[in-house]
Ligand binder design. Structure first.
Ligand code: FES
Length: 107
């Protein structure tokens, strides 16, 4: 299923990027060597990233192994949470989409 029509990104492309270790919205596009254009896909990709990171974090925390990556996962989740909140307002959405369109972190 196509999740970003401007860049022809599919849900499988996004999942593959996440599985490769991507944890920021801008990195999803960078992996596919593209940038945000209209921004319609950004909320869905942020949501998909958040859910994947939450699942990853739960797996790490549930394992008995030491988990040095939990803090970086928490930082990425906090950043995605801020990005998701910003996307809820017109002004915030414009700011996030503009940053991502210029290859910068959305938040
Ligand atoms: S749908 Fe992804 S940038 Fe337009």
């Amino acid at each position: 299923m196509i999740v970003c029509s401007c860049n022809a990104l599919s849900d499988k492309d996004v999942d593959a990027a996440i599985q490769s270790g991507v944890c920021r919205t801008a990195e999803v596009y960078a992996v596919k060597k593209c940038r945000v254009q209209c921004g319609q896909c950004v909320p869905g990709i942020v949501c998909r990233l958040k859910e994947a990171l939450k699942r990853q974090r739960e797996c790490v925390v549930e394992s008995a192994e030491p988990a040095p990556c939990v803090s970086s996962c928490d930082a990425a989740l906090a950043s995605l949470e801020l990005e998701a909140r910003a996307l809820e307002s017109e002004q915030g959405r414009e700011r996030v989409v503009s940053a991502l369109a210029h290859g910068q972190p959305g938040f």
